[in-house]
Design a protein around this ligand. Structure first.
Ligand SMILES: [Zn+2]
Ligand SMILES: [Zn+2]
Length: 398
């Protein structure tokens, strides 16, 4: 799976180059960084959860399988259709039930539509989706077949997140094409809650959720999020839902809200929560340095993730956890920098601490203790001056 990263990046690069050449505004720097950041976190956490799900499938297959299919061409076709059918319902429920929408909403926050949006999947969404696949081993498909199919089935949606490809002739009748998926990401009234399919468009046609792209869509949520905060993007709807449940009287009504549609939620909740958790900043124009700093971090993270996925089985668990934590802090850092927060400075201390622990893991010599013994008092003494210099360096102002 590690090699999917350079492949996807190559496609993103080609699309960006095409957009630039033809003068089309497909990419916004902040949005693209946010999209890729969400994807990095998901890929990273997936390495810890994928193996777990293989065992779940194995358990279900050995204890509850209704049939025992042997791999054959016909079985593979049946599995592809079943997987796609389960996807349709998983995706439709992800839009129609608040408890699932809380995870899926992140995929729809982007107001751009390009290949970077396909990376915008959270680990929560991946977990829910994998839960839905549990029906497949019960039907009798072997865990080995299922994981191979999910790999292929999971790669396909990447290619439908683009505005660079128009309509695809007769394929429009069979497959989910970029045109169909553009409609799915639109916030226009007539496009809302349509085209849920992943590989085949047939399910939408059967269940009456198909709409053809007749005009250029407006992308994003009907109520845009307007935040690049990594944490807020992930958790805002869970908090909104929690608040909604709290202020609803009676168990039946509470359950109705949790399993009901997003429009049941009081729209006044989000602005109230934003005021409490999301201190608004007067955004100034992004400076060249801020831009460069974010790009450098992104390159380091992507290289780190690629190496991590490639060498996963050879790296001790302690180091895996340290790398994962380092990448997470960097993701929060990038989001906060785009929002021009001042507390990003303190995240640098957290990263330095992780680097020290990693160094200590490989070289547990007493002499290394001199590093924090000297650095800590100096950092405390020069804290204000360091912070000022750091903020000026990154934001071009204090
Ligand atoms: Zn969706
Ligand atoms: Zn999508």
């Amino acid at each position: 799976m590690a090699f999917a990263i350079p492949l996807f990046l190559a496609f993103m690069g080609a699309e960006w180059w095409y957009a630039r050449k033809s003068g089309k505004r497909y990419f916004n720097f902040r949005n693209s960084v946010s999209n890729i950041n969400v994807g990095i976190a998901e890929r990273l956490l997936d390495t810890f959860t994928t193996g777990m799900f293989f065992f779940v499938y194995q358990y279900l297959y050995h204890h509850f399988a209704l049939f025992h299919f042997k791999p054959s061409v016909l079985q593979w076709i049946a599995l592809l259709l079943c997987t796609d059918f389960v996807w349709y319902w998983y995706h439709r429920l992800a839009h129609e039930m608040n408890i699932f929408w809380a995870a899926h909403v992140v995929h729809h926050q982007s107001e751009d539509f390009n290949y970077t949006v396909s990376a915008r999947i959270t680990v929560f969404q991946a977990l829910i989706r994998t839960g839905f696949w549990s029906i497949l081993p019960v039907l009798g498909f072997t865990p080995g077949m299922i994981t191979s199919m999910l790999l292929v089935h999971g790669l396909y949606p990447f290619f439908i997140h683009t505005r660079a490809i128009g309509k695809l002739g007769f394929l429009e009748y069979i497959l989910v094409t970029p045109s169909h998926h553009r409609v799915h990401h639109a916030s226009d009234e007539e496009y809302l809650d349509k085209n849920y399919g992943d590989v085949f468009i047939i399910w939408d046609k059967v269940f009456g959720t198909f709409v053809e792209e007749t005009h250029a869509p407006t992308y994003g949520l009907t109520k845009p999020l307007n935040s690049h905060s990594f944490l807020w993007q992930h958790f805002h709807f869970y908090l909104e839902l929690l608040q909604g449940v709290r202020q609803t009287q009676g168990l039946t009504r509470k359950l109705k809200l949790v399993f009901g549609k997003p429009d049941l939620l009081d729209p006044a909740i989000r602005p109230r929560l934003e005021e409490r958790y999301l201190l608004r900043n007067d955004m100034v124009q992004a400076t060249r340095r801020l831009h460069d700093y974010v790009v450098i971090q992104l390159v380091v993270m992507l290289t780190g993730l690629f190496t991590f996925l490639l060498l996963e089985h050879y790296v001790p668990v302690v180091v895996q956890v340290l790398i994962a934590l380092f990448i997470f802090i960097t993701l929060i850092n990038c989001g906060a920098i785009l929002e021009q927060r001042r507390w990003v400075f303190y995240l640098e201390y957290a990263r330095a601490t992780l680097l020290f622990i990693a160094a200590w893991y490989f070289f547990p010599y007493a002499v290394l203790l001199w590093v924090p013994a000297l650095a800590l008092p100096m950092a405390l003494y020069y804290d204000a001056r360091l912070k000022e210099r750091y903020l000026r360096l990154v934001y071009g102002r204090v």
